[in-house]
Design a protein around this ligand. Structure first.
Ligand code: ADE
Length: 226
């Protein structure tokens, strides 16, 4: 998979890709991540990429021209499955979206700033708008990092034990069951007996029941989905 991220703040975005699972997935060649500084695509003085909004109002708007130039250049080199715009008014990211995006070849992610981008960018260049939650960040970069992490860990070969992604919370619309490790008893706190007896069908049944009970208690909304 190849991910191209268009940003005015590449330095804010780089560190999540320089540690742990994301770093290893890049080193293993399972994913390529490229950063494009939007300021490299403007002819304006001071590398200007934003301007006042027509009609008045507080806040600057990112101009269409540098964004169009950057996306057009990328599209001239390969085809893209999605051009994603990170914005608080997009569809809220969930596991299902991460699963489906982990299957594609090439994506572009555009990070918004200020009051956002000129509407004509959204109307003509963007194929998907994604929010990471109902709150406003200073820019799309942190959202893009969250999106990339959620996608990249699902690419086959990224996690050592592939089944561990399949048993994550939210796969199957259920929260994950509780997990325990040694010691079997700590300050009188005991690990459930069923996990210690090696009866794997029974353990599996216990985990399924726990996942369902936890979901019913903590996130009943997940059980309403069809
Ligand atoms: N940019 C600003 N806020 C955002 C959010 N909640 N999700 C994605 N991008 C954003």
């Amino acid at each position: 998979m190849r991910i191209d991220i268009i940003t005015v703040l590449p330095e804010l975005l780089k560190s999540p890709f320089e540690a742990s699972i994301l770093k290893r997935s890049i080193e293993k060649g399972l994913v390529e991540v490229h950063f494009h500084n939007l300021r490299d695509y403007t002819d304006k003085s001071y590398n200007q990429i934003d301007d006042y909004q027509f009609g008045g109002g507080a806040g600057m708007v990112m101009m269409i021209e540098p964004i169009d130039k950057c996306i057009t250049e990328l599209k001239s080199q390969r085809s893209y499955d999605e051009v994603i715009y990170m914005t608080p008014d997009g569809s809220t990211l969930n596991q299902r979206m991460a699963n489906s995006l982990s299957l594609v070849e090439n994506i572009i992610i555009l990070c918004g700033h200020y009051k956002g981008v000129d509407q004509r960018v959204r109307d003509t260049l963007i194929t998907k708008e994604i929010s990471i939650g109902d709150y406003v960040l200073s820019g799309g970069e942190l959202g893009a990092a969250v999106l990339c992490d959620a996608i990249i860990r699902l690419i086959p070969g990224v996690l050592n034990n592939e089944t561990s992604a399949l048993t994550d919370t939210f796969q199957d619309d259920l929260l994950a069951p509780p997990v325990y490790t040694r010691p079997a008893e700590y300050k009188g706190l005991k690990v459930p007996e069923v996990l210690l007896n090696g009866n794997f069908p029974k353990i599996e049944k216990w985990r399924e029941d726990q996942a369902y009970e936890r979901t019913k208690k903590l996130r009943p909304d997940l059980l309403d989905n069809d």
